[in-house]
Design a protein around this ligand. Structure first.
Ligand code: NDP
Ligand code: MG
Length: 380
C-alpha cells in the first residue's frame, strides 16, 4: 500500500490523480488540499476517506468543519494547514499540484519530512530550485517529475549515464497562437487563449501555454530537475504533441518518449516509479497520424519565452520576479482586466525594475513576490 497526499486535489492534475487512485487499489489517499472548492472536497472526502483535509481559505474550512463535526476527518486551513497536509505522518508520497508559488513552503516541508515528491507544481521549482534540489539530495528524497515533458526526459534517461547527455530537446506545442505575430495577438480574447489545441488543463497553465511562458518555466524546471546548464536545453516546437520530449547523447543518438497527450501517464509513472502499470487509455495509432512536424520557437513574437530565458540565465531572484509577475498578470487577464499582450509587458516591467538578489532565501522569495505585486499594482 502506498499512502499519498495530494496538494491541489480539486484541480486538473489533482482530479486525474484521483482517477488513477480509483484504478489502483494499492494507492491510499491520506491527505488532500484545495483552495476553496468545498463542494468537490466533500465528494473526495466521502469517496477516499482521507485523514486530513486542508481548505486554504479559513472561512471555507469552517464551512466544511461544521458539516463534518461528527466525522473523523481533520480539517485544517491556511499555510500551516497546507504544510500539515504535506507532511502528514503516514504519507509516503506527496503529489504537488497546487498552482503557483504557494507550493514553495509545503514542498520544502515535505522534503524535510522525507516524503517522496511527485512534482507537478513547476512554479515552486522555478523560484526555489536552488534551495529545493540541494535539500532533496541532503534528505535523500526523490523528486519525480509529473510535467509531461520532464517525465518524458526522465523516462528517456532511464538506464543511461547522465554524464553522456549532450542536450535536452524540450518539445512545445506552440499553443493556440503558434505562427501569429504580436500584431495578430493584440486583440486576443480570453476564450481564444483558453482554447489549447492539444491539452485540457487548469486555466493558469493554459494561458501560460498561449503566451509560451509555460515553456520558459519548463526550461528552468528542467535545469533544476536534471542539473544541466541552459546552453544544453533546446526548445523544439512539435505542434502535434506526440513527442513529449527527447534527450540527445554525446554520440548523437536521440531517445524520445511518445504518446497521446494524456497527463495520466506521467502522473501514474511518478506514482509507481520505477514500475509501469497498465493503463486503459487511448493508444497512438501511427497509421492515422498525418505527420510529425518541427519548428524553431519564435522568441520575437513570444516575448515571454525570451524573458524567461533572460531570467533563467541571470538566475538569482530574477526567475521569482518573472514568475510572480506572470502569476499576477495572468490572474488579471483571467478577470479580463488586461489584454493578452499586457501579460508579457508586465513581466518585462517587473524584471526591469527589480533589485537583484543573487541567492534568495525562502523569506526573500516570498518578499519578492509581494514586492512584485505591489510594483505592478502601482504601475498598471
Ligand atoms: P488547476 O487550476 O486545475 O488546479 C489548481 C489546484 O490548486 C486546485 O486544486 C486549487 O484548489 C489548488 N489551490 C490553488 N491555490 C491553493 C492554495 N492557496 N492552497 C491550496 N490549494 C490551492 O491547476 P492544474 O491542475 O492545471 O495545475 C496544477 C500545477 O500543475 C500547476 O503548477 C501547473 O503548472 C502544473 N501542471 C499542470 C498540467 C495540467 O495538465 N493541468 C501539466 C503540467 C503541469 P481550488 O480548486 O479550491 O481552487
Ligand atoms: Mg508541460
Amino acid at each position: 500500500m502506498k499512502n499519498i497526499s495530494i496538494l491541489g486535489s480539486t484541480g486538473s492534475i489533482g482530479t486525474q490523480t484521483l482517477d488513477i487512485v480509483r484504478n489502483n487499489l494499492d494507492l491510499n489517499v491520506v491527505a488532500i488540499a484545495g483552495n476553496s472548492n468545498v463542494e468537490l472536497l466533500r465528494q473526495q472526502i466521502e469517496e477516499f476517506s482521507p485523514d486530513i483535509v486542508c481548505v486554504y481559505q479559513e472561512e471555507k474550512a469552517e464551512e466544511l468543519r461544521a458539516y463534518y463535526k461528527d466525522y473523523e476527518v481533520k480539517i485544517v486551513s491556511g499555510m500551516d494547514g497546507l504544510i500539515e497536509a504535506a507532511t502528514w505522518d503516514s504519507a509516503d508520497i506527496v503529489l504537488t499540484a497546487v498552482v503557483g508559488m504557494i507550493g514553495i513552503q509545503p514542498t520544502i516541508a515535505a522534503i524535510k519530512a522525507r516524503k517522496t515528491i511527485a512534482l507537478a507544481n513547476k512554479e515552486t521549482l522555478v523560484c526555489a530550485g536552488h534551495i529545493i534540489m540541494p535539500l532533496s539530495r541532503e534528505m535523500g528524497v526523490k523528486i519525480l517529475p509529473v510535467d509531461s515533458e520532464h517525465s518524458a526526459i526522465f523516462q528517456s534517461l532511464n538506464g543511461e549515464n547522465p554524464r553522456q547527455l549532450e542536450k535536452i530537446l524540450l518539445t512545445a506545442s506552440g499553443g493556440p497562437f503558434r505562427g501569429w505575430t504580436r500584431e495578430q495577438m493584440k486583440n486576443v480574447k480570453l476564450a481564444d487563449a483558453l482554447n489549447h489545441p492539444n491539452w485540457s488543463m487548469g486555466k493558469k497553465i493554459t494561458i501560460d501555454s498561449a503566451t509560451m511562458v509555460n515553456k520558459g518555466l519548463e526550461v528552468i524546471e528542467a535545469k533544476w530537475l536534471f542539473n544541466v546548464p541552459y546552453d544544453k536545453i533546446q526548445i523544439v516546437v512539435q505542434p502535434q504533441s506526440l513527442i513529449h520530449s527527447m534527450v540527445q547523447f554525446v554520440d548523437g543518438g536521440i531517445m524520445a518518449q511518445l504518446g497521446t497527450p494524456d497527463m495520466k501517464l506521467p502522473i501514474q509513472y511518478a506514482l509507481f516509479y520505477p514500475d509501469r502499470r497498465e493503463m486503459d487509455s487511448e493508444r497512438v495509432d501511427f497509421g492515422k497520424i498525418a505527420g510529425i512536424t518541427f519548428e524553431d520557437p519564435d522568441f520575437e513574437n513570444f516575448k515571454g519565452l525570451a524573458l524567461a530565458l533572460r531570467a533563467a540565465k541571470e538566475g538569482g531572484s530574477l526567475p521569482t520576479v518573472f514568475n510572480a509577475a506572470n502569476e499576477y498578470a495572468v490572474a488579471k487577464f483571467l478577470k479580463e482586466e488586461i489584454s493578452f499582450l499586457d501579460i508579457t509587458e508586465m513581466i518585462e516591467y517587473a524584471m526591469n525594475n527589480h533589485e537583484f538578489i543573487p541567492n534568495p532565501t525562502v523569506e526573500e522569495i516570498l518578499k519578492i513576490e509581494q514586492d512584485t505585486r505591489k510594483l505592478l499594482e502601482e504601475r498598471f
